[in-house]
Design a protein around this ligand. Structure first.
Ligand code: NAD
Ligand code: G6P
Ligand code: MN
Length: 441
């Protein structure tokens, strides 16, 4: 049986430990020959690599595992490249969130002004990284989930139009399906969702029971009314995430047609969100003082004792598992269903063909086959056309170095929506992103 070679770009990410453990747990489903971590920041990646050395020695000794900052070592001979980089790191995420808040605009990792700032930074680094991968591994499947995935996907579509092995994916639609399974008391794998939208801006039109074909959305609507909405792993989440999921109930009261992605709330209630989020201590601060600290503490402890001890268990990591399942579906031509970001080409019939949309796809050895949803109602179409226009203008900025296009992208975005505010926040973000954004004229 073929064994696969995998590289993780952004080896120093807070998500990497979850991947290392999941690769062990899933070694039968997805047998690895070689695993390489790559990062541009050696100091950040080294402790994660050392953790991996100890984990694999104990749990998967036959695996060829290395970590490097050299692109040739990283990419040569790879079958799959998982991309999870964060250009500028968490300190820049903090700026993306704090700068808009200081102007009474929403500061969020991927939505609004902060998301657009991150989008331009990611575009620069992701295009370079994909070029590097292609130099050494022309046929590798590139699985991107570096954020903001909507903007990165549009940039990669334009830069590599013929490359059918670049896939873009986000875990949030599946996280919402998992939440539904918690409400329904079933396994999330028994749910077959129909979904449309853009990344971090979409809706479930139906959620079918795979055993009976029944559409469970009406039942889910009632259950949300009675019980609210929680992440599947609510007990492990920071309180801010519980608030975020909690807003699903309000969104379903106001717009009962469909089940929304949690991210829609920033676009639907911008004023409420700006008034209720903490401007002084944002999600980036929570991550820096929470997940990031925990991950590097765990590395330190394992390196000090030289063993995983009870730090390796059977508790699954939904994010890593999902990305590995995607690779499995391609590797074994399984045609499993995954919600992915793909070029529209009629999947949403009344939206432009060249939009990067998020829909359910069958995924096999020849890539994703999107499942069309037909025409969507005017309200949803209006929201999405507005947002996709903002995203496309932002990618124009990368190619044209155009301040004017940036002003247009920022003005169109529903979280800004005013030219004077757009100019003010754009100018502040240009200053904060010097050296990481293209120069604008
Ligand atoms: P992090 O800052 O902890 O990790 C990112 C790593 O990327 C760092 O080690 C950094 O040094 C490295 N890096 C930065 N620029 C690089 C480059 N040009 N080449 C290689 N490595 C580079 O961030 P995190 O919170 O762990 O998140 C990692 C990424 O995964 C982010 O982009 C995040 O938004 C994304 N993510 C996406 C989803 C999704 O659903 N799409 C889910 C979770 C995380
Ligand atoms: C979800 C989204 C990701 C996003 C992440 C942020 O998983 O799908 O795109 O990056 O949440 O989580 P955090 O805990 O870093 O705020
Ligand atoms: Mn996402």
């Amino acid at each position: 049986m073929k064994k696969f070679n995998v590289c993780i770009v952004g080896g120093g990410s807070t998500y990497t430990l979850g991947f290392l453990k999941s690769f062990v747990r899933m070694r039968k489903e997805f047998p690895l020959q070689k695993l390489v971590l790559f990062d541009t920041d050696k100091e950040r990646q080294d402790p994660i690599g050392q953790f991996g050395d100890i984990l694999f020695k104990e749990q998967f000794p036959e695996l060829d595992f290395t970590y490097t900052t050299d692109i040739k070592e990283a990419y040569e001979g790879m079958d799959f490249v998982f991309m999870q980089m964060r250009t500028g790191g968490l300190p820049m995420r903090a700026k993306d969130e704090h700068i808009p808040f200081s102007m009474n605009l929403i500061g969020q990792e991927t939505c609004g002004a902060g998301g657009m700032a991150y989008g331009l930074r990611s575009t620069v680094d992701m295009i370079k990284a994909v070029r590097d991968v292609r130099h050494y591994a022309p046929d590798a499947w590139i699985l991107n989930y570096s954020n903001p995935a909507a903007i990165v996907a549009e940039a990669l579509r334009r830069e590599f139009p013929e490359d059918k092995r670049i896939l873009n994916i986000c875990d949030q639609p599946e996280n919402v399906v998992r939440s539904c399974s918690r409400l329904l008391g079933c396994s999330w794998e028994e749910l077959d969702p129909v979904y449309f939208g853009l990344n971090h801006f979409g809706w479930f039109t139906n959620i079918y029971d795979i055993n009976t074909g029944e559409d469970l959305l009406p039942k889910i609507r009632e259950l949300v009314k009675e019980n609210g909405f929680l992440p599947q792993d609510a007990e492990q989440r920071d309180p801010s995430w519980l608030d975020t999921y909690g807003m699903v109930e309000e969104m379903m009261n106001d717009f009962p047609d469909y089940l929304p992605n949690t991210y829609n709330q920033y676009y639907l209630y911008p004023e409420y969100k700006v008034n209720h989020l903490d401007h002084e201590y944002t999600r980036a601060d929570e991550v820096i003082n929470g997940r990031e600290k925990r991950v590097f503490e765990e590395c330190k402890e394992v390196i000090a004792t030289g063993t995983l001890g009870d730090k390796f268990d059977d508790i699954s990591d939904a994010h890593a598992e999902m990305m590995i399942e995607v690779a499995v579906s391609i590797a074994y031509n399984k045609n499993d269903r995954h919600i992915m970001i793909v070029e529209n080409n009629g999947a949403i019939a009344n939206m432009q063909d060249d939009a990067m949309v998020e829909v359910a796809c069958e995924l096999g050895a020849n890539g994703p086959r999107p499942l069309g949803v037909g025409n969507i109602p005017q309200f949803y179409l209006g929201l999405l056309v507005n947002q996709v226009s903002s995203e496309k203008l932002l990618v124009d900025v990368y190619y044209e170095n155009s301040y004017q296009k940036a002003l247009e992208a920022f003005t169109l975005n529903r979280l800004i929506n005013d030219t004077k505010k757009a100019r003010e926040v754009l100018d502040a973000l240009i200053e904060a992103n010097k050296g990481m954004w293209p120069e604008l004229n």
